[in-house]
Write a protein that binds this ligand. Structure first.
Ligand SMILES: NC(=O)c1ccc[n+]([C@@H]2O[C@H](COP(=O)([O-])OP(=O)(O)OC[C@H]3O[C@@H](n4cnc5c(N)ncnc54)[C@H](O)[C@@H]3O)[C@@H](O)[C@H]2O)c1
Length: 259
Protein backbone atom coordinates (compact mmCIF):
# COMPACT_ATOMS: atom_id res chain seq x y z
CA UNK A 1 0.00 0.00 0.00
CA UNK A 2 1.20 3.50 -0.81
CA UNK A 3 -0.11 6.62 0.90
CA UNK A 4 -1.14 9.24 -1.65
CA UNK A 5 -4.59 9.40 0.02
CA UNK A 6 -3.47 8.61 3.56
CA UNK A 7 -5.94 9.96 6.14
CA UNK A 8 -8.60 10.80 3.55
CA UNK A 9 -12.16 9.50 3.37
CA UNK A 10 -13.66 9.02 -0.09
CA UNK A 11 -17.03 8.13 -1.59
CA UNK A 12 -17.08 6.41 -4.98
CA UNK A 13 -20.47 5.98 -6.68
CA UNK A 14 -20.92 3.35 -9.36
CA UNK A 15 -18.34 1.29 -7.48
CA UNK A 16 -19.74 -2.14 -8.36
CA UNK A 17 -18.28 -2.26 -11.86
CA UNK A 18 -15.85 -0.83 -14.37
CA UNK A 19 -14.17 2.50 -13.65
CA UNK A 20 -15.79 2.94 -10.22
CA UNK A 21 -14.67 -0.45 -8.98
CA UNK A 22 -11.09 0.05 -10.21
CA UNK A 23 -10.96 3.51 -8.62
CA UNK A 24 -12.39 2.42 -5.27
CA UNK A 25 -9.74 -0.29 -5.10
CA UNK A 26 -6.96 2.14 -6.04
CA UNK A 27 -8.13 4.76 -3.53
CA UNK A 28 -8.08 2.14 -0.76
CA UNK A 29 -4.66 0.87 -1.87
CA UNK A 30 -3.42 4.46 -1.57
CA UNK A 31 -4.58 4.74 2.02
CA UNK A 32 -8.11 6.16 1.77
CA UNK A 33 -11.04 4.80 3.69
CA UNK A 34 -13.65 4.28 1.01
CA UNK A 35 -17.44 4.19 0.86
CA UNK A 36 -18.33 2.10 -2.18
CA UNK A 37 -21.86 2.92 -3.39
CA UNK A 38 -23.88 1.31 -6.15
CA UNK A 39 -27.33 -0.02 -7.00
CA UNK A 40 -25.86 -3.53 -7.41
CA UNK A 41 -25.87 -4.70 -3.79
CA UNK A 42 -23.82 -7.92 -3.99
CA UNK A 43 -21.28 -6.58 -6.47
CA UNK A 44 -20.62 -3.40 -4.48
CA UNK A 45 -20.09 -5.43 -1.29
CA UNK A 46 -17.55 -7.47 -3.25
CA UNK A 47 -15.77 -4.26 -4.33
CA UNK A 48 -15.47 -3.17 -0.68
CA UNK A 49 -14.17 -6.61 0.30
CA UNK A 50 -11.55 -6.55 -2.46
CA UNK A 51 -10.56 -2.95 -1.70
CA UNK A 52 -9.90 -3.75 1.97
CA UNK A 53 -8.43 -1.10 4.29
CA UNK A 54 -11.77 -0.80 6.09
CA UNK A 55 -13.77 -0.02 2.93
CA UNK A 56 -17.54 -0.17 3.37
CA UNK A 57 -20.40 -0.62 0.92
CA UNK A 58 -23.87 0.82 0.57
CA UNK A 59 -26.70 -0.08 -1.78
CA UNK A 60 -27.66 3.22 -3.36
CA UNK A 61 -29.93 4.08 -6.27
CA UNK A 62 -28.68 7.50 -7.33
CA UNK A 63 -32.13 8.26 -8.78
CA UNK A 64 -33.37 8.41 -5.17
CA UNK A 65 -32.32 11.60 -3.32
CA UNK A 66 -32.84 9.89 0.06
CA UNK A 67 -30.39 7.13 -0.94
CA UNK A 68 -27.71 9.72 -1.72
CA UNK A 69 -28.35 11.52 1.56
CA UNK A 70 -28.08 8.18 3.41
CA UNK A 71 -24.85 7.31 1.54
CA UNK A 72 -23.21 10.46 2.86
CA UNK A 73 -24.65 9.98 6.37
CA UNK A 74 -23.33 6.39 6.50
CA UNK A 75 -19.90 7.61 5.42
CA UNK A 76 -19.79 10.20 8.18
CA UNK A 77 -21.09 7.67 10.74
CA UNK A 78 -18.39 5.18 9.78
CA UNK A 79 -15.39 7.44 9.22
CA UNK A 80 -16.23 10.81 10.82
CA UNK A 81 -15.26 13.00 7.85
CA UNK A 82 -15.40 13.31 4.05
CA UNK A 83 -12.57 14.52 1.83
CA UNK A 84 -13.22 13.11 -1.65
CA UNK A 85 -16.38 12.51 -3.68
CA UNK A 86 -16.12 10.67 -6.99
CA UNK A 87 -19.59 11.01 -8.58
CA UNK A 88 -19.10 8.31 -11.17
CA UNK A 89 -22.31 6.23 -11.38
CA UNK A 90 -23.79 6.33 -14.85
CA UNK A 91 -25.63 4.67 -17.69
CA UNK A 92 -25.40 5.02 -21.46
CA UNK A 93 -27.49 4.01 -24.45
CA UNK A 94 -27.45 4.73 -28.15
CA UNK A 95 -30.58 6.35 -29.59
CA UNK A 96 -31.55 9.50 -31.49
CA UNK A 97 -33.43 12.69 -30.74
CA UNK A 98 -36.49 11.61 -32.77
CA UNK A 99 -37.07 8.12 -31.35
CA UNK A 100 -35.95 8.83 -27.79
CA UNK A 101 -38.82 8.90 -25.28
CA UNK A 102 -39.28 11.39 -22.47
CA UNK A 103 -38.83 8.50 -20.04
CA UNK A 104 -35.40 7.68 -21.56
CA UNK A 105 -34.41 11.36 -21.40
CA UNK A 106 -35.51 11.80 -17.77
CA UNK A 107 -33.81 8.60 -16.61
CA UNK A 108 -30.53 9.57 -18.28
CA UNK A 109 -30.58 13.11 -16.88
CA UNK A 110 -31.54 11.75 -13.45
CA UNK A 111 -28.73 9.20 -13.20
CA UNK A 112 -25.97 11.01 -15.09
CA UNK A 113 -26.57 14.63 -14.07
CA UNK A 114 -29.08 15.20 -11.26
CA UNK A 115 -27.34 12.61 -9.09
CA UNK A 116 -24.04 14.43 -9.53
CA UNK A 117 -25.61 17.60 -8.11
CA UNK A 118 -27.34 15.67 -5.30
CA UNK A 119 -24.11 13.95 -4.33
CA UNK A 120 -22.39 17.33 -4.08
CA UNK A 121 -25.38 18.81 -2.22
CA UNK A 122 -25.06 16.30 0.62
CA UNK A 123 -21.26 15.98 0.56
CA UNK A 124 -20.33 19.67 0.51
CA UNK A 125 -21.40 20.61 4.06
CA UNK A 126 -19.19 17.86 5.51
CA UNK A 127 -16.25 18.77 3.29
CA UNK A 128 -16.55 22.43 4.23
CA UNK A 129 -16.80 21.53 7.92
CA UNK A 130 -13.61 19.46 7.54
CA UNK A 131 -11.64 22.30 5.95
CA UNK A 132 -12.06 21.40 2.27
CA UNK A 133 -12.27 18.57 -0.20
CA UNK A 134 -12.04 17.33 -3.76
CA UNK A 135 -15.12 16.58 -5.85
CA UNK A 136 -14.53 14.61 -9.03
CA UNK A 137 -17.46 14.40 -11.43
CA UNK A 138 -17.61 11.83 -14.19
CA UNK A 139 -18.27 13.44 -17.54
CA UNK A 140 -17.21 12.12 -20.95
CA UNK A 141 -15.78 13.26 -24.27
CA UNK A 142 -19.52 13.59 -25.00
CA UNK A 143 -19.40 16.51 -22.57
CA UNK A 144 -16.83 18.22 -24.79
CA UNK A 145 -17.71 17.39 -28.40
CA UNK A 146 -20.79 16.33 -30.36
CA UNK A 147 -21.22 12.57 -30.75
CA UNK A 148 -24.07 11.52 -33.08
CA UNK A 149 -26.16 8.87 -31.34
CA UNK A 150 -26.26 9.76 -27.65
CA UNK A 151 -28.43 12.91 -27.31
CA UNK A 152 -29.51 12.55 -23.66
CA UNK A 153 -26.08 11.24 -22.60
CA UNK A 154 -24.37 14.19 -24.32
CA UNK A 155 -26.73 16.65 -22.64
CA UNK A 156 -26.15 15.11 -19.21
CA UNK A 157 -22.36 14.94 -19.54
CA UNK A 158 -22.19 18.53 -20.85
CA UNK A 159 -24.30 19.55 -17.87
CA UNK A 160 -21.80 17.84 -15.59
CA UNK A 161 -19.04 20.05 -16.99
CA UNK A 162 -21.09 23.20 -16.31
CA UNK A 163 -21.97 22.09 -12.79
CA UNK A 164 -18.32 21.25 -12.13
CA UNK A 165 -17.22 24.76 -13.06
CA UNK A 166 -20.00 26.31 -10.97
CA UNK A 167 -19.07 24.30 -7.86
CA UNK A 168 -15.39 25.16 -8.37
CA UNK A 169 -16.21 28.86 -8.67
CA UNK A 170 -18.65 29.02 -5.77
CA UNK A 171 -16.95 26.82 -3.18
CA UNK A 172 -13.29 27.45 -4.00
CA UNK A 173 -13.01 29.99 -1.17
CA UNK A 174 -13.93 27.15 1.21
CA UNK A 175 -11.07 25.05 -0.15
CA UNK A 176 -13.33 22.85 -2.26
CA UNK A 177 -11.86 21.73 -5.57
CA UNK A 178 -14.16 20.36 -8.25
CA UNK A 179 -13.02 18.78 -11.51
CA UNK A 180 -14.55 16.62 -14.22
CA UNK A 181 -13.02 13.64 -16.00
CA UNK A 182 -13.97 13.27 -19.66
CA UNK A 183 -13.05 9.79 -20.90
CA UNK A 184 -13.36 8.49 -24.41
CA UNK A 185 -13.86 4.74 -24.88
CA UNK A 186 -12.85 2.37 -22.09
CA UNK A 187 -14.24 -1.17 -22.45
CA UNK A 188 -16.75 -1.74 -19.61
CA UNK A 189 -20.28 -3.19 -19.48
CA UNK A 190 -21.63 0.34 -20.14
CA UNK A 191 -19.52 0.78 -23.27
CA UNK A 192 -20.26 -2.75 -24.50
CA UNK A 193 -24.00 -2.00 -24.42
CA UNK A 194 -23.57 1.09 -26.58
CA UNK A 195 -21.34 -0.71 -29.07
CA UNK A 196 -23.83 -3.59 -29.32
CA UNK A 197 -26.66 -1.19 -30.27
CA UNK A 198 -24.43 0.64 -32.75
CA UNK A 199 -23.41 -2.63 -34.42
CA UNK A 200 -27.04 -3.75 -34.60
CA UNK A 201 -28.15 -0.43 -36.14
CA UNK A 202 -25.30 -0.54 -38.68
CA UNK A 203 -25.96 -4.25 -39.41
CA UNK A 204 -22.31 -4.76 -38.50
CA UNK A 205 -21.71 -8.45 -37.83
CA UNK A 206 -17.99 -8.16 -37.15
CA UNK A 207 -16.67 -9.44 -33.83
CA UNK A 208 -16.61 -7.28 -30.71
CA UNK A 209 -12.81 -7.26 -30.94
CA UNK A 210 -12.94 -6.00 -34.54
CA UNK A 211 -15.36 -3.22 -33.55
CA UNK A 212 -13.05 -2.22 -30.70
CA UNK A 213 -10.11 -2.07 -33.11
CA UNK A 214 -12.03 0.33 -35.38
CA UNK A 215 -12.78 2.65 -32.44
CA UNK A 216 -9.21 2.42 -31.16
CA UNK A 217 -7.88 3.46 -34.57
CA UNK A 218 -9.75 6.79 -34.34
CA UNK A 219 -7.60 7.83 -31.40
CA UNK A 220 -4.20 9.44 -32.08
CA UNK A 221 -2.65 7.10 -29.51
CA UNK A 222 -4.24 4.16 -31.41
CA UNK A 223 -5.67 2.36 -28.41
CA UNK A 224 -8.73 2.36 -26.21
CA UNK A 225 -8.49 3.46 -22.62
CA UNK A 226 -8.08 1.00 -19.77
CA UNK A 227 -9.59 1.20 -16.30
CA UNK A 228 -6.26 2.23 -14.79
CA UNK A 229 -6.09 5.31 -17.07
CA UNK A 230 -9.22 6.68 -15.41
CA UNK A 231 -8.50 5.43 -11.88
CA UNK A 232 -5.04 7.04 -11.97
CA UNK A 233 -6.46 10.41 -13.05
CA UNK A 234 -9.12 10.21 -10.33
CA UNK A 235 -6.37 9.40 -7.82
CA UNK A 236 -4.36 12.46 -8.89
CA UNK A 237 -7.43 14.71 -8.66
CA UNK A 238 -8.34 13.24 -5.26
CA UNK A 239 -4.84 13.72 -3.86
CA UNK A 240 -3.12 16.88 -2.66
CA UNK A 241 -0.80 16.62 -5.70
CA UNK A 242 -3.53 18.46 -7.65
CA UNK A 243 -4.13 21.06 -4.94
CA UNK A 244 -4.19 24.03 -7.38
CA UNK A 245 -6.35 22.35 -10.02
CA UNK A 246 -10.05 23.19 -9.94
CA UNK A 247 -12.85 23.79 -12.44
CA UNK A 248 -11.17 21.68 -15.10
CA UNK A 249 -12.89 19.28 -17.53
CA UNK A 250 -9.98 17.00 -18.29
CA UNK A 251 -10.05 14.98 -21.53
CA UNK A 252 -8.91 11.40 -20.98
CA UNK A 253 -9.05 10.28 -24.54
CA UNK A 254 -5.79 9.26 -26.17
CA UNK A 255 -5.75 12.60 -27.97
CA UNK A 256 -9.20 12.21 -29.57
CA UNK A 257 -10.60 15.66 -28.81
CA UNK A 258 -7.32 17.31 -29.84
CA UNK A 259 -7.91 16.25 -33.45
N1 LIG B 1 -16.46 3.31 -20.23
C1 LIG B 1 -16.34 4.41 -20.98
O1 LIG B 1 -15.84 4.36 -22.11
C2 LIG B 1 -16.81 5.73 -20.46
C3 LIG B 1 -16.54 6.88 -21.22
C4 LIG B 1 -16.96 8.12 -20.76
C5 LIG B 1 -17.60 8.22 -19.55
N2 LIG B 1 -17.87 7.08 -18.83
C6 LIG B 1 -18.58 7.23 -17.56
O2 LIG B 1 -17.92 6.52 -16.54
C7 LIG B 1 -18.86 6.17 -15.52
C8 LIG B 1 -18.67 4.71 -15.13
O3 LIG B 1 -19.03 3.91 -16.24
P1 LIG B 1 -18.32 2.52 -16.60
O4 LIG B 1 -17.88 2.63 -18.00
O5 LIG B 1 -17.36 2.13 -15.55
O6 LIG B 1 -19.61 1.57 -16.65
P2 LIG B 1 -20.11 0.35 -15.74
O7 LIG B 1 -21.39 -0.06 -16.32
O8 LIG B 1 -19.01 -0.65 -15.61
O9 LIG B 1 -20.32 1.04 -14.31
C9 LIG B 1 -21.39 1.92 -14.05
C10 LIG B 1 -21.84 1.67 -12.63
O10 LIG B 1 -22.88 2.61 -12.32
C11 LIG B 1 -23.85 1.91 -11.60
N3 LIG B 1 -25.17 2.54 -11.70
C12 LIG B 1 -25.96 2.66 -12.80
N4 LIG B 1 -27.14 3.19 -12.46
C13 LIG B 1 -27.10 3.42 -11.12
C14 LIG B 1 -28.03 3.95 -10.19
N5 LIG B 1 -29.27 4.34 -10.55
N6 LIG B 1 -27.66 4.05 -8.89
C15 LIG B 1 -26.42 3.65 -8.50
N7 LIG B 1 -25.51 3.11 -9.33
C16 LIG B 1 -25.86 3.00 -10.64
C17 LIG B 1 -23.89 0.52 -12.22
O11 LIG B 1 -24.51 -0.43 -11.37
C18 LIG B 1 -22.42 0.26 -12.44
O12 LIG B 1 -21.81 -0.39 -11.35
C19 LIG B 1 -20.24 6.52 -16.09
O13 LIG B 1 -20.66 7.76 -15.55
C20 LIG B 1 -19.98 6.65 -17.58
O14 LIG B 1 -20.91 7.50 -18.22
C21 LIG B 1 -17.48 5.85 -19.25
Amino acid sequence: MADRLKGKVAIVTGAASGIGRATAELFAAEGARVMCADIQADAVRETARRAGHGAIASTVDVLQPQDIERMVAETIAAFGRLDVLYANAGIAEATNAIDMTLEQWNRMIGINLTSVWLSAKYALPHMIAGGGGSIINQSSTAGLIGIPDIPHYSAAKTGVVGLTRQIAAHYGPQNIRCNAICPSSIPTPLMAGVWETRAKNAKDTSSFEAQQAVVAARHPLRRLGVLADCANLALFLASDESSWISGVAMPLDGGLTAT
